[in-house]
Design a protein around this ligand. Sequence first.
Ligand code: PLP
Length: 262
Amino acid sequence: SPTMKTTNSRPVVLCLSGHDPSGGAGLQADIEALIAQGCHAAPAVTALTVQDTVNVSDFRVLDREWVLAQAQAVIADLPVAAVKLGMLGSVEMVETVVEIMQSLPGVPLVCDPVLRAGGGGALGKDEVGYAMRERLLPVATIATPNLPEARILAELPEGTADQCAEKLLPFCRNLLITGGHGDESEVHNRLYTQDGGRHTYTCQRLPGSYHGSGCTLASTLAGRLALGEELTSAVRTALDYTWRTLRDAEQPGRGQYVPRRL
Ligand code: PLP
């Protein structure tokens, strides 16, 4: 009989994200970031996008049945230690993910509420954001919106991170609002925890704009949770790793820089 290898497997992270053919964001970002953490990515496709490093021109959300079937195949076979959500693209896909999570009770869930591409193009209507807030945030371990996404989710177009958090915390356990989209010389990333804890992680702002930074952060965080790291420590590790991938980023095309994850 074949030799069984069961003891040395890396933790498995199920990724439900979109595909970005430029390779900067989406599932490729998830896979690379998870390999870098010593995890195994199980990449299930929620949507296809047409984009380059400048912006997104089109996207197509997969049929619900296809996403359910992918997730069920993974869950039936692999020991899923954490789940990472990226682009979902439709209200129906939000509901599909809620259904998938019902078969993974107690498994950490990192929700990156993706609504815009790095270049600003829409990857879902604002209704998708509201559905995430009402349906997904309550089952997530942590949500990782950037400030523009937090403003959409909170319906506070001019809100500060604290104001958005106040509005969103009733819906979710832990919230990390990233500050990379501002223009101050320092980036303030704010973590709001279940127990009322507040942590601000400040880092130096790097020049340029990046494609796939949010995906990198959320997948790394899911990987750290899959490895058993405690939440606030996992957030710090994920922010530090992501900052280094941006520091080392490359510009493979005419547009944004792509994080160097490996
Ligand atoms: N997911 C997909 C499939 C994308 O195409 C993008 C951006 O283009 C994102 C997520 C979000 O990218 P970022 O990490 O730059 O916020």
